[in-house]
Design a protein around this ligand. Structure first.
Ligand code: G3P
Length: 211
């Protein structure tokens, strides 16, 4: 039990690492949450600080979700849980990392929207489904230039894909979880939804869309 509890706390703390905030503060002397969309995430880092910092934040935030989810495997290897319980603990570690990312203890509980961390988590659990979702994300981004809309669509696509025989997980819980994560992403993007409706959401400049 102590090892399980310790690793669950570790999953939350891992997710809590505010990569975007720390990169902005350390290398650019600014609080990313006071610039651009005000979000402490990879997209806003790309927007405000550029490609290199953006890619770095993206990579670390995906890694956080993946690593936290993999802590369940450590529990299994240590004999703290049984093989049949692995998925449950993967989901628990993953959601704790996502909540850490959105509500980080190291950044006054004001973090990001959870997209990269969800991606990392699901790469560890359902990589094939995630692969299709990345294509959905890119297709929506290429046509609309909205990262927020692309993120939400990819999240909903993940939930819906799992209803198809080809992507249906063995454990039904994962299907429910997909819908919970999609709802969570829509919730964290509520300000973006408002801007999308008002027509004020910022667009990613794409070479073939430039006016
Ligand atoms: O990574 C979150 C993305 O979907 C939206 O970010 O900064 O445009 O609100 P942002």
């Amino acid at each position: 039990i102590p090892i399980i509890l310790g690793l669950l706390v570790a999953a939350y703390l891992l997710g809590s690492i505010p990569t975007a905030l720390w990169v902005g503060q350390r290398f650019f002397g600014l609080d990313i949450r006071e610039h651009g969309s005000g979000n402490a995430g990879a997209t806003n880092t790309f927007r405000v600080l550029g490609k290199k910092p953006g890619s770095f934040v993206m990579a670390i935030d995906v890694l956080k979700g993946w690593a936290a989810t993999s802590l369940a495997q450590v529990m299994l290897n240590q004999g703290a849980i049984e093989a049949g319980q692995l998925l449950y603990f993967q989901l628990a570690c993953g959601i704790l990392a996502i909540l850490g990312h959105i509500y980080p203890v190291f950044a006054g509980f004001r973090g990001g929207k959870g997209v990269a961390t969800v991606l990392g988590m699901m790469l560890a659990i359902a990589p094939a489904t995630v692969g299709v979702c990345i294509l959905v994300f890119l297709a929506v981004l290429a046509t609309t230039q909205y990262v927020s809309l692309s993120s939400m669509t990819a999240g909903v696509a993940f939930a819906l894909l799992q209803l198809l025989p080809a992507f249906r997980p063995q454990n039904q819980l994962l299907v429910w979880f997909g819908f919970i994560l999609a709802a969570l992403l829509i919730y964290t993007h509520r300000a973006n939804i408002g801007r999308l409706r008002a027509g004020t959401e910022s667009r990613v400049p794409l070479p073939w869309k430039r006016k």
